[in-house]
Design a protein around this ligand. Structure first.
Ligand code: HEM
Length: 492
């Protein structure tokens, strides 16, 4: 036991760092290629590692006394971290930028942006989550089916046969439209600069490395632009909230439901600040994650001709070229297995990030209070003892395996299980079923496919495919994939 006030020593193994800039270099290496760098660290030091031997790194926690960062994986680690929510706290998605929130009037929107469910813990989290649940119930989510179909059809109608298509952009555009419509009730085609597009711009700006190094509100710097965008977003969403309140809206969008939600005990509605915070987080958590899962699935299918052939046969025999109806989604077992396997091999969200609220023990090491913990969904999904031949894309393995939630958790586990999992799975199925029946997606050879991103993994340089008529010539475009994606998945 530690004596009161005694500082916990940092004993978690990790790479020795050069003086002065060494720790920063490790943070940069992690940011540049979190999967590649953590592969190295895990194979050298085991399944619980520190980003730097002596601690002292800080990637995500806005607390000023962060003692260091650890990375860990494995079902037991996942069970402990995701279930002990009184110990492992979540922090706002703005990460270290959240520190700036009270610097000036202009930084005030940081009190809301990226906060929502990510900014509350324990009782407050459970209470707020309960309030949001009705907007994500199965029958409610199913009511978005027609919007999803209409927007996918719109994109299909724009595509030209025998032309190339940048698939990750297509998926970003499509999921952005669906998120904007289902969340705010706005359609991107009808409104300029929608709330959805604004959040996307804020997010892009937040990703710049310079913004964290120079968080100063000076014209020309990224942080200045970030604050401008945040202000624009707040104004926009406040206007939408006011309009919906004024017309006593019964619209079929998530924001309208949140406006009407009342706390069971107190009967209180969500405040304007809470509404801004929640919608932002739902959007951030739901849009890119889904786009990336779709992009990787189309990529994998393009390299596994037998699987795509069988899948298109299944789609044709059940759907006969039509978009899936809700009840048909259950009649597509191979589609289900393909998505499961794709999200195992290339988990769109590779990490669960947490900050310890007290000194605790994990994997045999003592973690000081304030430690940043990144638990790897990706590495757990690649454990050979759970998934033999883990880098192979084998949808058929799901016919015989039934891993626990701690062994397979693309949508996390425990009280913070993804609120939008049902929404995402339905969206992915509808989009894939429609795109794969309409066209054959042919990989354009010799592209470099490197992975990028930390919160969600995507192809660094995008992914181009030829749009072919659905002629079942699935061997076309197989092979000649370059890039570090070959470390994640076996390709011929
Ligand atoms: C393929 C798509 C998606 C993936 C892989 C995914 C994955 C995840 C994961 C891993 C978490 C837990 C993060 C953590 O505990 O650190 C999470 C949380 C969350 N997700 Fe998703 N998600 C997806 C789509 C969506 C969609 C479409 C929505 C909303 C429409 C959504 C809303 C949320 C929310 C609100 C949370 C926070 C839950 C909480 O803290 O209680 N997600 N998601």
């Amino acid at each position: 036991m530690l004596a009161l006030n005694q500082k916990t020593e940092w004993t978690i193994p990790g790479p020795q760092t050069l003086p002065l800039i060494g720790r920063t270099l490790n943070v940069i290496k992690f940011g540049k290629d979190c999967i590649g760098y953590s592969n190295q660290l895990f194979s050298t030091y085991g399944n619980v590692v520190s980003l730097a031997a002596s601690g002292g790194t800080n990637i995500y926690s806005p607390d000023t006394d962060c003692p260091g960062t650890i990375l860990a994986y494995g079902p037991e680690i996942i069970r402990q971290v995701t279930n002990q929510h009184h110990i492992y706290h979540k922090r706002p998605l703005s990460g270290t930028l959240y520190r700036q929130k009270d610097k000036s009037k202009r930084t005030q929107p940081l009190n809301n942006f990226g906060v929502g469910l990510f900014g509350v813990n324990e009782e407050a989290h459970l209470q707020q989550r309960k309030l949001m649940m009705p907007a994500f119930h199965k029958h409610k989510v199913e009511s978005y089916r027609d919007d999803m179909v209409a927007m996918t059809q719109y994109e299909i109608d724009q595509l030209l046969i025998d032309k190339s298509c940048e698939i990750s952009q297509l998926m970003q555009r499509l999921t952005l439209r669906i998120a904007t419509k289902t969340l705010f009730g706005e359609d991107i085609n009808l409104v300029d600069n929608t709330a959805g597009e604004l959040i996307q711009e804020v997010l892009n700006c937040q990703r710049s490395s310079f913004i964290k190094l120079f968080p100063f509100d000076v014209p020309g710097l990224d942080f200045h632009r970030y604050l401008n965008l945040l202000a624009e977003y707040e104004t926009k969403i406040k206007t939408i909230i006011a309009e919906k309140r004024a017309k006593g809206s019964n619209d079929n969008d998530v924001l309208s439901m949140l406006i009407q939600a009342r706390d069971e005990e107190s009967g209180h509605p969500l405040s304007e600040a809470e509404l801004i915070a929640h919608t932002g987080v739902i959007f951030l958590a739901g849009h890119e994650t889904t786009a990336n899962a779709l992009t990787w699935t189309i990529f994998l299918l393009s390299q596994y001709p037998q699987v795509i052939g069988d899948l298109v046969n299944e789609l044709d025999s059940v759907l006969h070229g039509e978009p899936p109806k809700i009840e048909q989604l259950e009649q597509l077992p191979l589609l289900d297995r393909v998505i499961k396997e794709s999200m195992r091999v290339l988990a769109s969200v590779p990490w669960n990030g947490r900050v310890t609220s007290q000194t605790t023990e994990l994997g045999g090491y003592e973690l000081p209070k304030g430690t940043e913990v990144f638990v790897s969904i990706y590495h757990t999904h690649h454990m050979a003892e759970i998934y033999p031949d883990p880098e192979a894309f084998k949808p058929e393995r799901w016919e015989t395996i039934d891993p626990s939630i701690y062994e397979y958790n693309p949508f996390s586990s425990g009280p913070r299980l993804c609120l939008g999992a049902t929404f995402a799975k339905m969206e992915i199925k509808i989009i894939l079923a429609m795109l794969l029946q309409s066209f054959r997606w042919e990989y354009i050879n010799n592209q470099k496919i490197d992975r990028a991103g930390v919160i969600s993994i995507k192809p660094k340089y995008g992914l181009s495919m030829m749009v072919r008529p659905q002629d079942h010539e699935f061997n076309q475009g197989v092979g000649n994939v370059e890039g570090n994606i070959r470390e994640n998945v076996k390709l011929c």
